[in-house]
Design a binder for this molecule. Structure first.
Ligand code: RUB
Length: 323
């Protein structure tokens, strides 16, 4: 079996959203790279590195906004070029992929444990889109007797809110489904907003599903706490080095009637699927290493840098530009 086919299939599934959510796409890409490396037949290290770079870039191109995808790929491939031959490169990739996926699972549990305590007893919680980091936190809080009701937004255009509502029902958690535009109307009934993140930038802004920033604004107006549940691999080093987060636009079909797009001939249709919530509207970011203020984002990013040791000029030069 051609290993490229598996990677192509994972890339397609991420693109068409059969695999979605920032944490899940990162874990899937990491596992796909590991499976690809494990079944690569060649013996030439240079060719192997070139192939790895090609599939890394291909996987990364599927969803440009989630830095989790980038970080997952980089953590899986870190230091591969320093290995002496193809078998040790393969082994390193398999080990790093396992480490990444296991630590990502553990991070979610840690976040739930920590975040649950921030949800007041008897709360009505509002969540947006479908974040497993947020939902596991809400579930833990429910088990701890803190949650009475979860308001789940529809999350247009893709309606990830339906996935959330079904998951809550499956877990025996009471759910109220509302459309996105009803958020401000219901804010008086909400005790806390809990959402996830695709990317957290160095200035503390949280990039999450489109509409998150409007919810944060409404929560701020009503003095309702707004917390974000996110693993540390959702913090973006690139933003510390000056890059801006690219906001994915998924095209007109999800907005116009998919059966009759020609009804809207001539209309300009925009479909940005993420937005940025500024730090002043965020009360706390719950990570596996603890609660951090959005204004501490730079410190979290620096800690991630240090995990790789100091960045010397020599190291920078010898490093492969994977993405
Ligand atoms: C999903 C979304 C989620 C974050 C966090 O968007 O915005 O809130 O990805 O999810 P999409 P998680 O459906 O477009 O991927 O906590 O599961 O990583």
């Amino acid at each position: 079996m051609d290993p490229t086919q598996d990677v192509d299939a994972v890339a397609r599934s991420i693109r068409d959203m059969s695999i979605r959510g920032a944490g899940m796409i990162a874990r899937s890409a990491s596992s796909a790279i590991s499976a690809y490396a494990g079944s690569w037949q060649g013996t030439n290290e240079r060719e192997f590195l070139d192939e790895l770079q090609r599939i890394a870039r291909m996987l990364y191109s599927t969803r440009p906004t989630a830095v989790s995808l980038r970080n997952g790929i980089l953590m899986t491939l870190r230091g591969v070029e320093s290995e002496k031959d193809v078998p040790s490169m393969r082994e390193r990739i398999a080990r790093q992929s396992k480490e990444f996926t296991e630590s990502a699972e553990m991070a979610r549990e840690g976040i739930a444990e920590i975040g649950s305590k921030r949800i007041p007893k008897g709360s009505a919680v509002l969540t947006h889109c479908n974040s497993m980091a947020a939902l596991n936190t809400i579930k833990k809080a429910f088990e701890d007797g803190r949650v009475e009701m979860v308001f789940s937004t529809e999350s247009r255009p893709w309606r990830q809110g339906h996935v959330t509502a079904r998951w809550l029902l499956d877990n025996g958690i009471p759910v109220t489904m509302i459309v996105d535009s009803a958020v401000r109307h219901f804010m008086r009934d909400i005790d806390i907003v809990v959402v996830g993140a695709d990317t957290i930038s160095a200035n503390g802004a949280v990039i999450n599903k489109i509409g998150t920033s409007q919810i944060a604004l409404a929560a701020h107006e009503s003095r309702v706490p707004f917390i974000v549940c996110a693993e540390t691999f959702k913090f973006s080093r690139e933003t510390l080095l000056g890059s801006l987060v690219e906001i994915e636009d998924r095209g007109p079909v999800e907005v116009a009637d998919p059966m009759k797009p020609s009804d809207f001939k001539g209309a300009r249709i925009l479909n940005p699927v993420f937005d940025a919530t500024p730090p002043e509207y965020i009360d706390a970011i719950v990570t596996e290493i603890g609660i951090v203020s959005p204004y501490m984002a730079t410190e979290v990013i620096r800690e991630m840098f240090e995990m790789e040791g100091p960045v010397t000029l020599e190291k920078r030069r010898s490093r492969i530009n994977w993405l």
